[in-house]
Structure formats: structure tokens, C-alpha cells
Design a binder for this molecule. Structure first.
Ligand SMILES: CC(C)(COP(=O)(O)OP(=O)(O)OC[C@H]1O[C@@H](n2cnc3c(N)ncnc32)[C@H](O)[C@@H]1OP(=O)(O)O)[C@@H](O)C(=O)NCCC(=O)NCCS
Length: 376
């Protein structure tokens, strides 16, 4: 059992109008709209508009944001020069962290930190992230780049740039829903990191870079990738029939099962409900249900043994697997969605800023006197 307050549990770090969670009831809402309402209805572009403007867009506003997110998809020349080296020498999240930072070079708004400039910079970051991930994958595999198609939704265009073929409408829509589900989640570690950075009045690219750095860790965004590695391991052991023993063995050895547990939810993570359904749908469509069946067995075993629910990362792994997204791109794909939330939070922080500087509890030695080298 962690000490009270450890990990800032229960501490209110900021006021936000962007999203809210009721951990007991398992409710997530963006600007008052329940995620169960948004998932089947909203597009990711509408979600971006909502998070940034705190209202759903009218038809004209939606057209404008779609046009903006379609137009700004190409990385700038400075980033493009870096990409081949990044593709050869860095892991995907390290590439994204560096490319995000480098995207500040040649930004058309330069060092303008006005509200309007920050909104445009936010849209540019949301637009360019999927291209960075897709270009990275194609460069490392010596494949020709597939240029963005501004006529496609952000979700459909990502799948197109990654694979070179247009995804069918059903798959593009499933990926679009995934982006909406991952877009924001109150004061999660990466959003908090981004807000801490923004609160020093550092620039929006720096704040988003801090968010990427925090998302990279396996206790946060890195979990989805670890889930797929676990599913593959179980498949190699013989498949779904081996999942229960494998999982229980981990738990009894005090090893955490990735994709389970949450600081705030004490019941099912509402995002997992949609991801489970989509994983099932894709499993049936693909004719290969093994990832889904293994996931179900793991879920049952964790529930029986520890009473812990799956979080967003658990079934996201199967969904991305069925969409044939390479496993090491799962966390960057998470970032392609969460950048919408990070940038909204950063703008919210700038709008009513105070430096974030928590206190500490000192547990080191009492004050003491310097000892010369000969006396130590
Ligand atoms: C998300 C997470 C970091 C939340 O951490 P937290 O609020 O600090 O909770 P703790 O790590 O203190 O866990 C509380 C208890 O539940 C257990 N627990 C939590 N998540 C667990 C998991 N995934 N597998 C097994 N046990 C888990 C802990 O062992 C601990 O048990 P104890 O009190 O007997 O020691 C944690 O659940 C975790 O590490 N999950 C796996 C990584 C993951 O999926 N991250 C994505 C989050 S969206």
C-alpha cells in the first residue's frame, strides 16, 4: 500500500474545463459530453474542436478545422532533413519527442506566443504527428513515403500514409474512434508534465515535448505496447489456453500485468468498454480471433485473482494489432491523439497561469557541518 499522498494521489493540481472523470462510477466526459456519447457520434476532428473551443463545432467551424488539420500535415523542411536519421537511429517515441521539438524551428508563427498563434501551433502539431509516425515507419523500412491526402480524415489519412493503401471505411472509423477515446484524460502524468512546463511560460512545443517524454514510460502510454508483447508471448506458449496460468503466475510473483489498474477508476475504464467491443468486431472480421481470445482470458484471470479492471491500453493493443499497426508504434499513435488534449491543456494553463511548484517532505539527514576530505 502506497503512503498517503505518494504520487500526488488525490491532490488537485489544476482547475480544468476540458475533461472530467468520476472514478467510482466509471464516467469520463469531455467538456460535459460523456465518452459513451462521443465515441459512437464524434469524429476526431470534432473532438479536437471541442477540447480547444469548449463547444461542439457548427458545420462551418467543422469545415474550417478539417481544412486546417488537412493543410498542415507535412513536416517542415528542418524536420524532414532529420527524419532519415531519426528513423535509423532512434526508437519511435524518441523520434516523436525530437521531431516535436524540432517542429518549433520554422514554425510560421515563430516565437509569437499570442493566444491566436498558440491555437494555430496546436493545430499544426495535431496535424503533423500522424505524418511523423508514418514517415518514420516507411523510412526505417526503406519504403517510399506516402504523402498526406488532405481529402481524408486525420484517422483515414494516417492508415493510408502508414500502409500505402486506403483503409476501408469501417477500419478508418474504428481508428477514428480510438483517437477520440485517447484524446484527453484530465490530469494524467503526461498532461500534468505538459502543464508544469507551460506554467513556467515556456513555449507550446516545449510543453508538448515534455508530455511526450512522460507518455513514453511503461506505466503510462508505453503500456499498450507491453500488452501486445504479452499477448504475443502467450501465443508462442500455445495461445488462449495458456493465458490464465501465465497471468496468475505473474500476479503471484508480484509482477504487474500491463493494461490493468488505474489511479482514478475503481470500476471499468469506460474507454475499455468501446475498445473491447471494437477488438471483438475486428477479430470476427479478420477471421483470427486469437488476440481477442487471449485478451479475454487475461482479463478474466486478473479479475478473478486481483479484482482489477482493464484500462484503456489493454484492448487498444488488440485493436491496433488487428489494424496491422506495428507494435512499437502503439505509443506514438496514442500521442497522435493525446496531442489534442495536451495542447488544449497548455492553452488553458496559459490563460490563467500560476507557476506549478509543489512542496516536499524532507527525509534526509539532519543539518550537519562540512567535513574536509581527510576527515571522511
Ligand atoms: C496505472 C497504474 C500505474 C496506477 O498506479 P497506482 O495508482 O500507483 O497504483 P499502484 O501501483 O499503487 O497499485 C495499487 C495496488 O494494485 C495493484 N496493481 C495495480 N495495477 C496492477 C496491475 N496492472 N497488475 C497487478 N497489480 C496491480 C498493485 O500491485 C497494488 O497492490 P498492493 O496494494 O497489494 O501493493 C498501475 O495500475 C499500473 O502500473 N498498471 C500497469 C501499467 C498500465 O497499464 N498503465 C497504463 C495506465 S492507463
Amino acid at each position: 500500500m502506497a503512503a498517503p499522498g505518494k504520487g500526488l494521489e488525490g491532490v488537485v493540481a489544476a482547475e480544468t474545463a476540458i475533461s472530467d472523470i468520476d472514478g467510482k462510477e466509471g464516467v469520463l466526459s469531455y467538456v460535459g459530453y460523456d465518452i459513451h456519447d462521443l465515441a459512437p457520434n464524434a469524429t476526431f476532428e470534432e473532438t479536437c474542436y471541442l477540447l480547444h473551443n469548449l463547444e461542439l463545432p457548427t458545420e462551418q467551424q467543422l469545415d474550417e478545422i478539417k481544412e486546417q488539420l488537412g493543410r498542415e500535415r507535412e513536416p517542415n523542411d528542418f524536420v524532414m532533413d532529420l527524419m532519415p536519421q531519426l528513423a535509423q537511429n532512434t526508437a519511435p517515441m524518441s523520434m516523436l519527442r525530437t521531431a516535436c521539438s524540432a517542429s518549433s524551428a520554422n514554425d510560421p508563427d515563430g516565437w509569437d506566443t499570442s493566444e491566436e498563434a498558440n491555437y494555430r501551433k496546436a493545430m499544426r502539431l495535431i496535424a503533423v504527428f500522424p505524418t511523423l509516425v508514418a514517415y518514420y515507419d516507411r523510412l526505417r523500412n526503406d519504403q517510399p513515403l506516402v504523402r498526406p491526402d488532405s481529402g481524408l480524415s486525420l484517422a483515414a489519412n494516417f492508415l493510408y500514409m502508414l500502409k500505402g493503401d486506403k483503409a476501408d471505411d469501417a477500419e478508418a472509423r474504428i481508428f477514428d474512434i480510438c483517437l477520440t477515446l485517447h484524446a484527453d484524460h484530465t490530469m494524467n502524468a503526461s498532461t500534468f508534465a505538459a502543464r508544469v512546463c507551460a506554467a513556467t511560460l515556456s513555449d507550446i512545443h516545449s510543453a508538448v515535448t515534455a508530455g511526450i517524454a512522460a507518455l513514453k514510460g511503461p506505466l503510462h502510454g508505453g503500456a499498450n505496447e507491453q500488452v501486445m508483447r504479452m499477448i504475443k508471448e502467450i501465443r508462442n506458449l500455445g495461445g488462449a489456453g495458456k493465458a490464465r496460468d501465465y497471468t496468475i503466475d505473474k500476479l503471484r510473483n508480484k509482477v504487474k500485468v500491463m493494461g490493468f489498474g488505474h489511479r482514478v477508476y475503481k470500476t471499468e475504464d469506460p474507454r475499455a468498454t468501446h475498445l473491447r467491443r471494437m477488438a471483438k468486431e475486428l477479430a470476427e472480421k479478420s477471421g483470427d480471433g486469437s488476440n481477442y481470445e487471449i485478451s479475454q482470458e487475461i482479463e478474466r484471470a486478473v479479475m478473478d485473482e486481483k479484482g482489477i479492471y482493464p484500462n484503456v491500453d489493454f484492448y487498444a493493443a488488440s485493436v491496433y494489432g488487428y489494424l496491422r499497426i506495428p507494435t512499437d508504434l502503439f505509443t506514438p499513435v496514442f500521442a497522435c491523439s493525446r496531442v489534442s488534449g495536451w495542447t488544449a491543456h497548455v492553452r488553458e494553463q496559459y490563460a490563467d497561469n500560476r507557476l506549478i511548484r509543489p512542496d516536499h517532505a524532507y527525509v534526509g539527514p539532519e543539518r550537519r557541518s562540512w567535513k574536509a576530505l581527510s576527515q571522511r
